[in-house]
Design a protein around this ligand. Sequence first.
Ligand SMILES: [Zn+2]
Length: 159
Amino acid sequence: MAEGRGSTIWFDVDYAQRNPNDMGMAIHESVHLVQAFGNCPWWLTEGIADYIRYFRFTIRGDESKKPRKPGNGPKGWERGYGDTAFFLNWLTQNKNRRLVPSLNQKCHDRQWNDNVWQQLTKATAQQNWDEMQRSARDMGSPFSNDVVAYLLRTKSCVV
Ligand SMILES: [Zn+2]
């Protein structure tokens, strides 16, 4: 479905045409191929992959799976996948538009630790999470790019 060699990712366009609803998974996996993290907690690795999948692209068939506002609970941002992705998107929109690229860089450079939230958002993860729980609404689609159309037009994609 998707394969990476060196710094190049190759998509199987025939598969994508037959299974357009699986493109979201291809995007998620593609993010892992380029992450090459030195150190990063699993929940952030998966949260970033789902953030890219759901909040940075329009993917046919993915809208119904898009993360909704997470339920509260201890350390909800560490649940990974959709809950972490929703949190990252809320932080990007409200605290730091470069948050995810900065987190990505810190994980790559082995500089991840719990203090990065304070550095990048001026608040702890818990403070941000509580603020999000008080203020966030489920959001409509902010997407602008259509990945499937792009792939079908170009036949292959180098990321
Ligand atoms: Zn994953």
